[in-house]
Every structure is written in C-alpha cells, then in structure tokens.
Design a protein around this ligand. Structure first.
Ligand code: IPM
Ligand code: MN
Length: 375
C-alpha cells in the first residue's frame, strides 16, 4: 500500500476543528483508493507560544522537510501582537521551503449565494500568487529620530540578499519604510507556472495583475519579465495586463470574466480574498503553497477566533485544500472524489444541513460527517 508522510499543523482558533474533519475525509478517501496517510502533528501556534515562548524551532522544520506534504489549519490569535505568529510560522514555512506558488482557485458551489449576480454563469478562476518576494520580504522598520538603517540579510532558495538601507529625513520626523523586491528568476518561474496552468485549463490568456502606472520600478519590472516569458516560451498564450485597482472594479461588476490571474505577492493576497467573497465566501476558498520541496496546503481564511469552539466553523475550505494536497501528491482520483463529495453534499443538503456560514445549522463536525458520506 502506498504511504504518504504528512506534516499537519492545526494551529490557532478554528484550525484544529477544521483539520480534524479534513483528516477524517482524507483517511477515508485513502482507504477506498488504497493509500495511507501517516500524520505527523505539530503543536505550533499561539497557544504553544503563550505557554512555552517558542514559535517554531528549526528542528521542527528539518523534520517537516522529510514529509511528502503539509496540511495547515490557520495561524493568528488576538492574544499575540499581529505579525508574530503569522511571520514566525506561516511566512517562515513558505520561505524556508521556497513555496513560490500560492495557488488559490475560486469557483462556484451549489447553493452558495454570491454577493454579485453571476447571471447564470459560473465562477471558475484562479489566482497564481508569487509567494516569496514583493512587499513580503520582511525588510522594514520604523524610526522616531528621522534616521533609519535596516541591515538586510535574507536567504531565499533563488538568492541571498545582503546589504542595508539607510534613510534620513530633513527635517527629522518619525517614519516607516518597507522594501519590496521582485527578481527576474522569481518572476520567470511564477510566470511559467501560471502559463502551464492556463494551458492545462484550456485557456489562451494569462492576465498579469500590476500597478506599473504608479509603482513603476517594482511592477513595471514584473510585467516586463512576465511578458517576455510568455512571448518567448508560450507563443500559444496571450499576455494581458490589468492594474490592480481596475481589476477590483471589473471583478465586482463582472466576476466571471477572468481565468488565470498572475499576481505579485501583495496583490495576490488581496485579490484572492476578493475572489473568495465573489465566489460566495471564505468558507469554501482553498489554497496551496507549492514549490519544488515541501508543499503546504491551507484554506485561504484565517483562524476566526470569535467562533472557535462554537461549532460554527465551516470545514469545506480545509477539506478542499486537502483535495488539492492529494492532487499534488499524484492522487488525482482522490482529489476528484473529494471535490465531487463536497459539491454533491452542497447540491443535496437540506437547509439545516448547511454550515452556519450558509445560513444552515450544522456544526463543523456534522458538515464533515455529511460530506464523508459521499466519499
Ligand atoms: C494569507 C494570509 C497571510 C498573508 C497572513 C496571515 C500573513 O493573509 O495567507 O493570505 O498575508 O499571506
Ligand atoms: Mn490573505
């Protein structure tokens, strides 16, 4: 029997409850198809940090590296200053394992009300978000003296970035600075990924999300490199570009008019939430952080501490992320089964059987059980 070692990090808030349901469904899928998932669970998250002062040790990442894939629930807790857990765990994992693709599909599910009338069409688009660069380099600081010196010493799989940023205002005032990088190899590889995906989806266009009219160096560069990769390597594809502000406008007015959206890191973060809302809510938005090494699958939503433990969370986004993980492992049939089970469940569910998010009355566990019946 085929066996996969899976690192699992349930994390904070609703993370543990949604991951619980996801694991049961993945296990059942494996039983039916003749593969087994060996789960290696990690305790990291806010509760662990508050108890022990430890965020996530290097030794844990060295262990995770040996796994075939990773499943993550959610990270973030109001008891901890924003950024500490997110950067210490989530971003640390993305960077450490060079998960340069953040893949976030948005599609319509039966019975899920959308905030904008889709006029009988279905939403089926995907954000391909660059996941290691842009404003997410973690190069930043603030000063009260009018002088700021930021030493930079960053290791990425593609390069080491060393140097420093020295800034001074006259007259002196407090300020903050944050630096962004988009590199040629970084943009090239994400463009190739987006182009391959467009081909696989049977589409003829990759749309680059930009803002080169105002942030010319950073996003003009991204556009140029992406355009060249598509022209040189994918003559069958068209390169299109849209500024992120205009994209927000068009998406709300006409949500179904895009396929593959290739985004720099920050725009991808924002657009994927917008897409999730347009498709009916974060409760069904799945995602993967994908690279050549350990890839990690997680729902787009956060830890929702306000509803943790009440049963009101919706496990669907985590379950669909689990399906993306199976697909990545080469268990395409398993992925297809889970996607179909979710869609069949939604199709046939009575109003009461729906999750609270869709005005139903079923707890996270009941939703998981009901989806599992369709596997
Ligand atoms: C996401 C989240 C993270 C991000 C946060 C929690 C650091 O919003 O995965 O979209 O900005 O990437
Ligand atoms: Mn986000």
């Amino acid at each position: 029997m085929k066996k996969y070692n899976i690192a699992v990090l349930p994390g904070d808030g609703i993370g543990p409850e949604i991951i619980n349901e996801t694991r049961k469904i993945l296990d059942k899928t494996g039983e039916g198809l003749g593969f087994k998932l060996d789960w290696n669970e990690y305790p990291y998250g806010a509760a662990h940090y508050l108890k022990t002062g430890e965020i996530m040790p290097e030794s844990a990442m060295n262990e995770m590296e040996k796994c075939d894939a990773m499943l993550l629930g959610a990270i973030g807790d109001p008891r901890v200053k924003p950024g500490i857990m997110e950067q210490g765990i989530l971003l640390a994992l993305r960077f450490r394992f060079d998960q340069y693709v953040n893949l976030r599909p948005a599609f319509s599910l039966p019975k899920v009300k959308t905030p904008v009338d889709l006029k009988g069409t279905r939403m089926d688009s995907v954000v391909v978000r660059e996941n290691t660069e842009d404003l997410y380099m973690c190069i930043g600081g603030t000063t009260d003296t009018g002088e700021l010196e930021l030493p930079i010493n960053i290791t990425r799989k593609l390069y080491e970035l060393k140097g420093s940023l020295k800034l001074k205002t006259d007259p002196r005032c407090s300020f903050a600075a944050q630096a962004a990088i988009n590199s040629k190899p970084g943009v090239e590889r994400i463009t190739r990924y987006a182009s391959e995906l467009a081909k696989k989806r049977g589409e003829n266009t990759v749309t680059v999300v930009s803002k080169s009219n105002a942030v010319s160096a950073l996003y003009g560069f991204f556009e140029e490199i992406a355009k060249k990769v598509i022209a040189d390597e994918y003559p069958e594809l068209k390169f299109a570009v849209v500024n992120v502000d205009a994209l927000c406008y068009h998406l709300v007015r006409n949500p179904t008019s895009y396929g593959v959206l290739l985004c720099p890191n920050l725009f991808g973060d924002i657009i994927s939430d917008l897409q999730a809302a347009l498709a009916g809510g974060l409760g069904t938005a799945a995602g993967g952080n994908i690279g050549e090494g350990l890839s990690m699958f997680e729902p787009v939503h956060g830890s929702a501490p306000d509803i943790a433990g009440t049963g009101r969370s919706n496990p669907i986004a985590a379950i669909l992320s689990g399906a993306m993980m199976l697909d990545h492992l080469g268990e395409e049939e398993g992925a297809r089964k889970i996607n179909k089970a979710v869609s069949d469940f939604m199709e046939n569910a009575t109003n009461n059987e729906l999750p609270f998010e869709f005005a139903g009355e079923s707890t996270c566990e009941q939703v998981g059980k009901n989806i599992s019946k369709y596997i």
